[in-house]
Design a protein around this ligand. Structure first.
Ligand SMILES: *Cc1c(COP(=O)(O)O)cnc(C)c1O
Length: 399
């Protein structure tokens, strides 16, 4: 083993658990191990901790504790929200859903399945900037629209969607509005009431909490169908003994993330700007997604004439943990559906790099990345027959 320093810039895939989150979980592994559904004192102590965590999370979202349902993560929350809204809509003869072309697969695959079951889905064009408008949503709404589901922040390119404006449109038309806010919660301000959000998905491991736990906010009065059948946990909407240590840790991690949000965002934004400016000097490169309407922490660039996989492996050798896009699609040879949704040609979309920062990222890390990436891109281009043709003008440069 070498003690090579690792530069971890894949925080959109997952984050390290914070010390505060780990410490918060400990007493519920070592001491308070009761089942929150048990009537004895140990169970009641667990129940109190569960409800305290729910109240803390609700406070951070701007909702009531009873509107927060714990899940096994972001994917489950997305599945439950969309399935439930579709079921409710179908009962009223509404079988149309509005979404975007660049949602997370937890949303997209659920929608694809609903299409096979007879629903119709309108996928809004996200344009070259990777941002939809509230006007596009308004235009797509129909009398039979059961649900609008638009992600808060894109996990591959980091662009922020105008959620409050979309929420206002949906509320006015009386259409249920769900947002996958997994990349946003703990990173940018989120207020479900002010933003007219009816359902929202979040996941602890994207804000320094543990993996395998998340939550679904569902506005009071809106029907929420049980996703897992069994006991009466989560007010009958999600059976299964609650993962108390992880739920408590999630609440602690969210408190931490929200308390330090402004400071973290300022650091990340400054470092991301350095990365964008530095990497844009590489010839035939481009920043993916709008430069300003974005999370402070995600940079996604394309470099023409290379394969993202090669870039990642060589960066890994240099101790830099990055990604070519979503963790779910890396490994697959298909280019990212997000980059294709921006209108990028396949050849360009293949050469992508996502760097996602955390509050632990430093200027020295950025220096190392800015030294490594241009060197690796040049090395890969030197070996690439495609690049040779591009250089000789035998095929046109696309960027
Ligand atoms: C990570 C992520 C998910 C999935 O969350 P899990 O907790 O890993 O299931 C869903 N949506 C977005 C936007 C994500 O970034």
């Amino acid at each position: 083993m070498t003690d090579k320093r690792i530069i971890y810039v894949d925080n959109a895939a997952t984050t390290a658990m914070s010390e505060r989150a780990i410490e918060a979980a400990m007493p519920y592994m070592r001491g308070v191990y009761g089942n929150p559904s048990s009537l004895h004192g140990e169970g009641q102590r667990a129940k109190e901790a569960l409800e305290a965590a729910r109240a803390r999370i609700a406070a951070r979202l701007g909702c009531e504790p009873r509107e927060v349902y714990f899940t096994s993560g972001g994917s489950e929350a997305d599945n439950q929200a969309i399935r439930s809204a579709a079921e409710t809509g179908a009962k009223r003869g509404k079988k149309h859903i509005v979404s975007t072309a660049f949602e997370h697969h937890a949303v997209l695959h659920t929608l694809k399945k609903l299409e096979r079951e007879g629903f119709e889905v309108t996928y809004l064009d996200v344009g070259a900037a990777g941002v939809v408008s509230a006007a596009q949503v308004a235009e797509a709404l129909r009398p039979d629209t059961a649900l609008v589901t638009v992600m808060f922040a894109n996990n591959e390119i980091g662009t922020l969607q105008p959620i409050a404006e979309i929420g206002a449109v949906c509320r006015e038309k009386g259409v249920t509005f769900h947002t996958d806010a997994v990349q946003a919660v703990g990173h940018v301000p989120v207020d479900v009431k002010a933003m007219n959000i009816d359902m929202l998905s979040l996941s602890a491991h994207k804000f320094h909490g543990p993996k395998g736990v998340g939550a679904l906010y569902c506005r009071r009065g809106l029907p929420l169908a049980a996703f897992i059948e069994g006991g009466a946990q989560e007010r009958g909407r999600r059976a299964g003994t609650e993962n108390l240590p992880w739920i408590v840790a999630m609440a602690a991690a969210l408190d931490d993330a929200c308390d330090s949000m402004e400071k973290t965002a300022a650091t990340e934004r400054r470092l991301c700007d350095r990365l964008i400016d530095g990497l844009s000097r590489i010839p035939h490169s481009r920043l993916n997604g709008d430069r300003t309407r974005r999370l402070p922490s995600i940079v996604n660039m394309c470099f023409e004439g290379i394969e993202g996989e090669g870039l990642l492996l060589l960066l890994d050798d240099a101790g830099i943990c990055a990604s070519s896009g979503s963790a779910c699609t890396s490994g697959a040879l298909d280019p990212s559906h997000v980059l294709l949704a921006l209108g990028l040609p396949h050849e360009v979309a293949h050469g992508s790099l996502r760097l996602s920062l955390s509050e632990a990222t430093t200027d020295a890390d950025v220096d190392a990345i800015l030294a490594a990436v241009p060197r690796v891109v040049e090395y890969l281009r030197d070996m690439s027959p495609v690049w040779e043709q591009l250089e000789k003008g035998e095929r046109p440069h696309l960027i």
